[in-house]
Ligand binder design. Structure first.
Ligand SMILES: Nc1ncnc2c1ncn2[C@@H]1O[C@H](COP(=O)(O)OP(=O)(O)OP(=O)(O)O)[C@@H](O)[C@H]1O
Ligand SMILES: [Mg+2]
Length: 512
């Protein structure tokens, strides 16, 4: 009726002015004020929208009569939400507020530099004007906090990956996520209990340390470097950390990142309370200095850059340092990513790097303050072994056959077996616990003996055979190399580098 009245009474040019005036007049006398929370705010995703959605899902499940239900791919829980254009009343400290979920079709002619979702979604919050202050000062913070809490408690943690390369999805996210369901916890992790307790306390201090970081003027972040041989539980430790703190994981695939600025964008799109992981950092560093355009010069330049940057801590100025070579990322970019000015957009973040070869890492990466804690994940110790026996076979110390424990303790250190190796033996025989333990003792003894031989003797190759020679024979081999026919060719013999190697014909170096 109003519309047709408007059309008949006012000429088109006055209609808009009238509407504006009418709206102002109406809002002046209205007892309510309205807040729109749209899903996409300009180009950025509005964090408040997601928080409100989650927050309302908890009250919606109780009070709504028509709800939208969602279950993400691989997710283990169902999320309730307000249906399109539905309302819900909430109360906070005696004030009552009304939420409305508004979904409209996006007009196709809207110009955008990237594809936008077809629907425009948002919440409208209606509050009495007298409660305006309360809403702005504390209700919205309360909603954010509650939403975070709910997410940590009810939902699966998320595992993000940047496998899409630099491209964004329709909601502007460079990260793809799946529910994170790794069952590893600190209880299942086999490592020295005192070291474990130290790490857990450190994590807890970090998570509860907002005021400390504020007071000391430090960015609220922490770096852990996990190093050790393959299969010692580095990845399991990261999963345990995430499960312990209830953080999401961002698994950063450096090979998918082309430039330092792309790396920075990725960081900007990570949420707080998260663990940012770069696995096998030693391999990634080589890749960071790769020369995409072909010639060797670029690679060398990048390497040079990487050393340049080591010194200026937190240097925003170094940010551009690595980009002069075009589309490569450099150690410079990586360091800025972890502790430059950009690393503190957002807060409460943990960086975890893993490597099998700490000695290969650039000193710039290891200097104190960058990676706060260096954690050596090593071969299985007796303490770790007891944890594995308990987890895999349900054995407490007292349940084991007399003398077995002592037997295990005697060989485990010398065997240098990783927890992964040991768990394989245990899994294979888990139906027969005693057999599993016997086989484990056997396996440990064999490995310990092998290691002993490796350390005291020289390995040589005669023809196609790998032979373990004793020290007497070694001496003879040194004196008459040709006669004995002993020659080692690192490329062919298959003997690892750390074992004693003798180059063919290089008599002088043979003793090495
Ligand atoms: N400390 C440990 N405690 C319990 N289980 C472990 C431990 N270390 C390894 N495992 C077992 O071995 C498997 C491999 O471990 P994980 O992937 O964590 O090793 P990693 O150190 O990350 O190896 P890589 O260097 O090859 O990435 C896991 O599935 C886990 O079950
Ligand atoms: Mg791993």
């Amino acid at each position: 009726f109003c519309q047709s009245l408007l059309h008949t009474v006012f000429p088109p040019e006055l209609r808009f002015a009238f509407l504006k005036f009418f709206h102002r007049f109406f809002s002046y006398f209205s007892t309510y004020c309205y807040y729109d929370i749209t899903e996409i705010d300009g180009v950025n995703t509005n964090e408040l929208y997601n928080a409100v959605q989650l927050y309302l899902s908890s009250s919606a499940s109780i009070s709504g009569s028509r709800l939208s239900l969602t279950r993400g791919l691989n997710s283990s829980s169902i999320t309730y939400g307000l249906s399109n254009n539905d309302r819900l009343i909430d109360s906070y400290r005696g004030a009552s507020v009304e939420w409305e979920h508004i979904v409209t079709q996006r007009q196709s002619q809207t110009f955008s530099w990237r594809p936008l979702p077809e629907e425009k979604r948002g919440f409208t919050l209606r509050v009495r004007k007298k409660n305006k202050q309360l809403v702005l000062s504390s209700y919205l913070d309360y909603v954010m906090e509650k939403a975070n809490e709910l997410r940590r408690k009810n939902q699966d943690r998320l595992l993000y990956t940047n496998s899409r390369g630099g491209s964004l999805d329709s909601r502007g996210h460079p990260w793809e996520s799946v529910p994170f369901k790794h069952p590893s916890t600190f209880d299942t992790l086999a490592m020295d209990p005192s070291k474990k307790a130290e790490i857990m306390a450190d994590l807890l201090d970090f998570a509860n340390g907002e005021s400390f970081y504020q007071k000391t003027g430090r960015a609220w972040k922490r770096g852990y470097l996990l190093y050790g041989p393959p299969g010692t539980g580095k990845s399991s430790m990261i999963a345990a950390m995430a499960n312990y703190l209830g953080y999401d994981i961002y698994d950063l695939e450096l090979t998918e990142v082309n430039t330092n600025s792309e790396l920075r964008k990725l960081l900007m799109k990570t949420s707080s309370k998260s663990i940012i992981v770069i696995e096998d950092i030693d391999c990634s560093i080589n890749l960071t200095n790769r020369n995409k355009s072909g010639g060797g010069g670029g690679g060398a330049a990048a390497r040079k850059n990487s050393y340049d940057i080591g010194s200026p801590p937190g240097g925003g100025g170094a940010a551009g340092g690595g980009e002069e070579g075009g589309n490569t990322i450099t150690l410079s970019g990586l360091l800025n990513f972890t502790d430059g000015l950009w690393s503190c957009c957002g807060s409460e973040r943990i960086f975890v790097f893993t490597t099998n070869h700490i000695e290969k890492l650039d000193p710039a990466l290891l200097r104190s303050g960058r990676m706060d804690m260096h954690i050596n994940m090593s071969y299985c110790s007796f303490q770790s072994l007891k944890i594995l026996l308990k987890n895999y076979l349900g054995f407490e110390e007292s349940g084991l056959r007399e003398g077995v424990l002592a037997e295990l303790e005697a060989v485990v250190a010398a065997a240098e077996m990783t927890p992964a190796d040991i768990s394989e033996v245990l899994i294979k025989n888990r139906r027969d616990k005693n057999k599993a333990v016997e086989e484990l003792v056997e396996a440990l003894k064999i490995r310990a003996e092998k290691n002993r031989l490796k350390k005291t003797n020289v390995v040589v190759v005669i023809g196609n055979d790998v032979v373990v020679e004793d020290e007497e024979q070694e001496k003879r081999a040194l004196e008459y190399p040709k006669e004995n026919g002993s020659h080692l060719n690192c490329g062919k013999c298959g003997v690892k580098e750390e074992e004693n190697h003798i180059e063919e014909g290089e008599e002088g170096k043979m003793k090495e």
